[in-house]
Write a protein that binds this ligand. Structure first.
Ligand SMILES: Cc1ncc(COP(=O)(O)O)c(C=O)c1O
Length: 377
């Protein structure tokens, strides 16, 4: 990021994410939710959480939803609930946020990485099929940047192989695959409510969606010290519940999600138009899915120089992700090497995510696109 001194004078900064307008527009709702929770005292496992779980499961179109402390814990608990444990392999994308692989390790299993499709940067489904062994217990497709993986194809492969599917929908609240929302297509769907997500809490949070009552019950137990309904401790569990206050805020925000996603899609279309002849690779769109553009990453030459130039114009950008997981120190023990995942490795050095959030003004998008085109020229 550019320091104050290096930003050109007079140009207001364009933040990478700015949630102030989004929140100021609903501040009265958020304040009344706060007062309600405080007067009820429903801070943990209370009516607010149950209410939001019902709202969110209905929105996704599944039988149940279980609120937990983070998207990472959602993935970890979902893996455990479908029976993943030590000795198992779980196949996932190499180009995802570290949490996807961390959750696999937390469940005691081994992450098996596969490369991305060069157009969409979504997990390469042919590579998933090729990676299945008799130790494979589950697959985690990641609906990366807000774009759904082809779940019809992936589920057919998984069912044939007898393996479970946990959707990592942490970046894709509200996205659809055909007419179904992500999170309702696998055995379980996992969402993060990190504040900058398409649906974000005012702190950390996560949720698991599922149609399987046994999966929901196991996660309800794991999130709260391994207790069953009679409060007997069945197994050592965790303290990782979606807080009542966050659930109340999320219940107020959920009705706006479609509108906010629409705005993201409009911004993405505008970037697409403005950058179509700028010499950058635009985000690839898959067939038959709706992409909710949590992020808008483009690929271009001399990425670091372009980023630095944008920074001097006050335009903040991100990289998602700068290091593919097989080259991260945290996963070195898995034994992968540079060159193992050429698509992800190439993307990591050429991509830059442009500012993307609801209420991003038309003029600002034009300013960003012009600055990108100028820097690439
Ligand atoms: C793809 C993906 N998976 C998992 C997570 C983990 O979510 P959390 O930060 O809520 O633990 C994130 C959040 O950044 C994510 O983007």
């Amino acid at each position: 990021m550019a320091s104050r001194a290096t930003v050109e004078r007079g140009a207001p900064t364009v933040p990478f994410v700015d949630l102030r307008k989004l929140h100021s527009g609903i501040s009265e709702l958020l304040e009344s939710a706060y007062h309600r929770v405080v007067s009820e005292g429903s801070f943990t496992l209370g009516v607010e959480l149950e209410h939001f779980e019902r709202l969110f499961s209905a929105y996704i179109g599944v039988g149940d939803a279980v609120g937990v402390g983070s998207g990472t814990d959602a993935l970890h608990f979902a893996l455990r609930a479908v029976g993943v444990g030590p000795g198992d392999e779980v196949i996932t994308a190499v180009n995802t946020f570290a949490a996807t692989a961390e959750a696999i390790l937390m469940a005691g299993a081994r992450p098996v990485f596969v490369d991305a499709d060069d157009d969409t940067l979504l997990i390469d489904i042919d590579a998933v099929e090729a990676a299945i062994t008799d130790r494979t217990r589950a697959i985690i497709p990641v609906h990366l940047y807000g774009q759904p993986v082809d779940m019809v194809r992936l589920m057919a492969i998984a069912r044939r192989a007898g393996v479970k599917v946990i959707e990592d929908a942490c970046q894709a609240h509200g996205a659809r695959c055909g007419s179904f929302r992500v999170g309702g297509l696998g055995d379980a769907g996992c969402f993060s409510f990190y504040p900058s997500k398409n649906l974000g809490a005012l702190g950390d949070g996560g949720i698991v969606t599922t149609d399987d009552p046994a999966i929901a019950a196991r996660i309800r137990s794991l999130r709260s010290h391994g207790e069953d309904e009679s409060r007997l401790h069945i197994e050592p569990g965790y303290c990782s519940r979606l807080h009542g206050l966050q659930a109340a805020f999320l219940a107020e925000k959920l009705p706006y999600l479609e509108h906010w996603n629409e705005q993201r899609m409009q911004t993405a279309s505008l970037y697409d138009d403005l950058l179509s002849s700028a010499g950058v690779i635009l985000p690839g769109r898959a067939e038959g899915v709706s992409h909710v553009f949590h992020l808008y990453p483009v690929r271009l030459p001399e990425r670091d120089r372009v980023r630095a130039e944008l920074a001097t114009k006050g335009i903040q950008t991100g990289i998602h992700y700068p290091v593919p997981l097989h080259l991260e120190p945290a996963f070195a023990d898995l034994g992968y090497a540079r060159g193992d995942f050429p698509v992800a490795e190439k993307a990591a050095v050429s991509m830059v995510s442009l500012p993307m959030y609801p209420f991003l003004e038309y003029d600002t998008v034009v300013r960003v696109a012009e600055a990108v085109a100028e820097a690439v020229r």
